[in-house]
Design a protein around this ligand. Structure first.
Ligand code: CP
Ligand code: NVA
Length: 303
């Protein structure tokens, strides 16, 4: 039976840890120039209904390094943009390709796509989740800190797709997470309820960024207005005043803390220039690890 990668809640900790093991192997092979053509002769459709730099480039390069071929498909220039039903697109593309990555708005779109696709579907970001990114983030933490167990994670800012995915990650992997979001910008209620039911980790919600940053090992933030929310930029700037990840906030965290940001970043808004460029920032390793983690995901689902 084919398996999709739509959300972290579909997986056990052991399955995701296996993905990290394969990520490490593939990264080492790529660095040493050892061939690892696990997708030789295979084709992966990369469908984008939103903009992208990292996701597009890392998937295209990743498929190539695995010996396969990636096809960039923009919804604007395909029949999807003219209203062809998702289920028709999904069944058609599955007749040509061995896998699909899709970036879109509603999580229900990737779910419908996956239901009708006979080949594996990977979520490349929806309004609800960004699972490839959080896997890359955690892999970066493992590389820098030797693991994630026992570390205190902080989320500062919008309760958006990244924050929701961190809530799922904390629950599946079992680490403590404190999220500081302005009132009205908390993570998705259903995702929080799912995490509360499982109760496998301590997840704290606060409106105080200092409380989240206190003694944190890993601090994470993201833009205040995500793709699709551009018209809310001004009101969000007001609501998020005081939620910038800056040096003053880092003073609350552990001395050897790490700073993550999925990028693209708005310096001077959710993160200060000195923090993103500073010694605690791991954002470039984080961006690179999208490539390695996604290769492991594709190889696991599509071989
Ligand atoms: N972090 C991330 O997904 O970046 P892009 O939007 O550039 O793909
Ligand atoms: N929350 C951001 C993440 C971008 C990678 C967005 O959805 O626009």
């Amino acid at each position: 039976m084919k398996k999709d990668f739509l959300a972290l809640n579909q997986f056990t900790k052991a399955e995701l840890d296996d993905l990290f093991t394969l990520t490490r192997e593939l990264k080492e092979k790529q660095k040493k120039g050892i061939e690892h053509h696990l997708l030789k002769g295979k084709t992966v459709a990369l469908i984008f209904e939103k903009s992208s730099t990292r996701t597009r480039v890392s998937f295209e390069v990743g498929v190539f390094q695995l010996g396969g071929h990636g096809l960039f498909i923009s919804s604007a220039t395909s029949q999807m943009g003219r209203g062809e039903p998702i289920r028709d697109t999904a069944r058609t593309i599955a007749r040509y390709c061995d896998g699909v990555m899709i970036r879109t708005y509603g999580q229900e779109v990737v779910e419908e796509f996956a239901r009708y696709s006979s080949v594996p579907v990977i979520n490349g970001l929806t309004d609800l989740f960004h699972p490839c990114q959080v896997m890359a983030d955690l892999f970066t933490v493992i590389e820098h800190r030797g693991g994630y167990q026992g570390l205190k994670f902080a989320w500062i800012g919008d309760g958006n797709n990244m924050a929701n995915t961190w809530v799922e990650a904390a629950t599946v992997f079992g680490f403590d997470l404190t999220l500081a979001c302005p009132p009205g910008y908390e993570p998705d209620e259903k995702v929080l309820a799912w995490a509360r039911d499982r109760a496998t980790s301590k997840i704290v919600l606060t409106h105080d960024p200092k409380e989240a940053a206190k003694d944190a090992d890993v601090l994470n933030t993201d833009v205040w207005a995500s793709m699709g929310q551009e018209q809310e930029q001004q009101e969000r700037e007001q609501a998020f005043a005081g939620f910038q990840l800056n040096e003053a906030l880092l003073d609350e965290a552990k001395g050897n803390c790490m700073v993550l940001h999925c990028l693209p970043a708005h310096r001077g808004e959710e993160i200060s220039d000195d923090v993103i460029e500073g010694p605690h920032s791991a954002v470039w390793d984080e961006a690179e690890n999208r490539l390695h983690v996604q290769k492991a995901i594709m190889a696991t689902l599509m071989v």
